[in-house]
Design a protein around this ligand. Structure first.
Ligand code: 13P
Length: 250
């Protein structure tokens, strides 16, 4: 049985005050959704404050990105060992906004995945096709290629501690959610790809759906057999909305 994970990717949002309030709200309702693993992903600069507020609670935290290098002359970057200093459980790698706005290739994403594992931070690998790719019927080819880059570098065993997030780019921040059927189809494809290499492990890997998840559509999505949680953007900035999504996964 895979425990569901509901993860809030705050992207570049929040302030010291708003984050304190948001976490108070989440902590207030966390006990009611204890069946689900809850995680938040603040911007780097707030990790210390988030750690302080969440330490000892059931809510865990992680980072939205990291550098593929260990240390050195990489101005503006943050390493995996720095994330460890703030006791991050997870790090998101290969979010579509990193891939499209900051030019991260499949290879760089795979190197980030490897760098995270090296320091014991669990990677959440994001994959997903653009609208153009979906309309051209190459969704599986794209997702398969993104997955293969990591499998080639790190091997199937590396997914034992990793999470995958399927985020169709056309559903991110658009209010346009993939139907539960569309999402399930790609999730099943991802699991089948892993199962070709290790069926037992494939059965254990959590695959999250991301893209305009909200309280009103979460129950249907999270009820699908291969959807093991959500990677939530906009709705994770409101404690009530975020908890409603988690409740749908209980
Ligand atoms: P939205 O939930 O705002 O569509 O964002 C999804 C996402 O990109 C989470 O990583």
């Amino acid at each position: 049985m895979r425990r569901k994970l509901v993860a809030g990717n705050w992207k570049m949002n929040g302030s010291t005050g708003s984050i304190r309030e948001l976490l108070q709200g989440i902590l207030g309702g966390a006990a009611e959704v204890a069946a689900v693993e809850l995680a938040v992903f603040p911007p780097f600069v707030y990790l210390g404050a988030v750690e302080q507020q969440l330490s000892g609670s059931a809510v865990i935290w992680g980072a939205q990105n990291m550098c593929d290098q260990g240390s050195g002359a990489y101005t503006g970057e943050v390493s995996g060992s720095m994330l460890n200093d703030f006791h991050c459980t997870y790090v998101i790698v290969g979010h579509s906004e990193r891939r499209t706005l900051y030019g991260e290739s499949d290879q760089v994403v795979a190197q980030k995945f490897a760098a995270a594992r090296k320091v014991g931070v669990k990677p959440i690998l994001c994959v997903g096709e653009t609208l153009d790719e979906r309309e051209r019927g190459v969704t599986e080819a794209v997702v398969g290629r993104q997955l293969k880059a990591v499998l080639d570098l790190e091997g199937i065993g590396s997914f034992a501690d990793a999470v995958i997030a399927y985020e169709p780019v056309w559903a991110i921040g658009t209010g346009r959610t993939a139907t539960s059927g569309q999402a399930q189809e790609v999730h099943a494809f991802i699991r089948a790809k892993l199962a070709e290499l290790d069926p037992a492990l494939a059965n254990k890997v959590r695959i999250l759906y991301g893209g305009s998840v909200k309280g009103s559509n979460a129950a249907e999505l999270l009820a699908m057999p291969d959807i093991d949680g959500g990677l939530v953007g906009g709705a994770s900035l409101d404690a009530k909305d975020f908890l409603a999504i988690a409740k749908a996964g209980c």
